[in-house]
Design a protein around this ligand. Structure first.
Ligand SMILES: Cc1cc2nc3c(=O)[nH]c(=O)nc-3n(C[C@H](O)[C@H](O)[C@H](O)COP(=O)(O)OP(=O)(O)OC[C@H]3O[C@@H](n4cnc5c(N)ncnc54)[C@H](O)[C@@H]3O)c2cc1C
Length: 337
């Protein structure tokens, strides 16, 4: 256990917040022991994965727990399916590469997403036409009230767009210990429809892509579009893409004929990046914080010296200007502490 611990290296924004106490745990037993200690001291606790979806707006006056649970196991469930279970502390992209090396399909479109496996169900991570709910079987969690292990299946997780029970009524009540995915062993489903995957495959001269080729294409696209947090502090998309009722979208279309939208039943999903760009934020810097010049949805710690409060205030200004221009209230995707 360490005191007055800097979390700068534990969040991809590179914000220099401090935790009153910090502990790293590498087994469930250690985790339970640590939680019993913090409960006895009446200290609030906070779990740390890769720190790629978190913004510290102030120092954390409690115990920050780094989940270092490691290990991957596999079990063939039928000729074409394997169940792969990874512990919470496994790095997500390394886990994806592990599966690709074994030629297990289903995660390739989710290549290069930062963070850890244990956090992947929190917001049902997604990219390039795939979300983890598509391959999710179950996760084991520790109930923080009873300190007993429980299993959550797909239904119980209530996955939605960048959402799950762990961000809603289950918020702060569970810590995810391990996740099991069902992946294909052959007859892989190749998804090339989303984003620039097809164009990138053409650039690579690939006509009949394998899952490894899809991963390569996704990695190339991501590297060309998104800032590397090791170079420019950020947490990926700062906001969710908002969904508005069809009638509201029709009204907006009369006023803003170029507005983009993806219909889904009686609702339309509107790209948050486009809304932000229309309000003039793309590439704009105020003090230490900026909207990225290639992707306005990404807020960056432009100088490396931004405080979490500055980043939060910058995001509030964006929310206010989008609300004023379009009447749409953006929701933050990043977890604010
Ligand atoms: C450059 C960049 C690109 C990104 N691209 C994408 C993308 O394409 N798609 C996407 O969905 N996301 C994306 N993200 C966001 C982020 O990578 C994911 O949300 C990722 O799952 C966060 O994992 P983490 O381990 O870093 O979470 P952390 O930031 O460590 O934690 C996030 C939240 O979960 C809590 N938490 C952490 N571990 C656990 C646990 N085991 N049990 C319970 N609670 C826990 C934390 O307390 C915190 O509130 C991107 C981020 C960056 C920086």
């Amino acid at each position: 256990m360490q005191e007055n611990f800097s979390l700068k290296a534990y969040n991809t924004f590179g914000v220099d917040a401090k935790a009153r106490y910090f502990a790293a745990v590498n087994s469930v037993e250690e985790l339970i022991k640590t939680l019993k200690f913090s409960n006895a001291q009446e200290l609030p606790h906070l779990f740390l994965g890769g720190g790629s979806n978190i913004l510290f707006t102030e120092d954390f006056q409690g115990l920050a727990i780094q989940l270092d649970l490691k290990g991957i196991s596999e079990e063939f469930s039928n000729e074409n399916q394997v169940l792969v279970t990874a512990q919470a502390g496994e790095n997500w992209h390394e886990f994806v590469l592990f599966c690709l090396n074994k030629n297990y399909g289903g995660l390739e479109n989710l290549s290069l997403i930062p963070g850890n496996v244990g956090t992947s169900p929190m917001q049902n991570i997604g990219a390039y036409g795939t979300e983890i709910k598509d391959v999710f079987v179950s996760c084991k969690v520790l109930n923080l009230e009873t300190l007993k292990v429980e299993t959550f299946d797909l239904e119980k997780c209530r996955f939605g767009y960048r959402d799950s029970i762990f961000k809603q009524e289950g918020k702060g009540k569970f810590v995810i210990l391990e996740v099991t995915f069902k992946l294909t062993r052959e007859n892989h489903v190749i998804k090339t429809e989303y984003g620039a995957i097809k164009t990138e495959l053409e650039n690579l001269g690939i006509e009949k892509p394998t899952i490894q080729d899809i991963s390569k294409a996704v990695i190339n696209i991501r590297q060309s579009k998104l800032p590397n947090p090791k170079v420019l502090g950020n947490a990926g998309s700062f906001f969710k893409n908002p969904t508005v009722p069809l009638a509201q979208f029709e009204d907006l279309k009369l006023k803003f004929e170029n507005i983009q939208g993806y219909p889904n039943g009686n609702f339309v999903k509107v790209p948050a990046g486009w809304l932000i760009e229309q309000c003039g934020w793309k590439g704009k810097q105020i003090g230490n914080v900026a909207s990225h010049k290639l992707q306005s949805l990404v807020i960056i710690n432009a100088t490396g010296h931004a405080t979490g409060k500055e980043i939060f205030d910058f995001s509030t200004m964006i929310i206010e200007s989008v609300k004023e221009k379009f009447g749409i209230e953006l929701e933050r995707e990043v977890n604010i502490i």
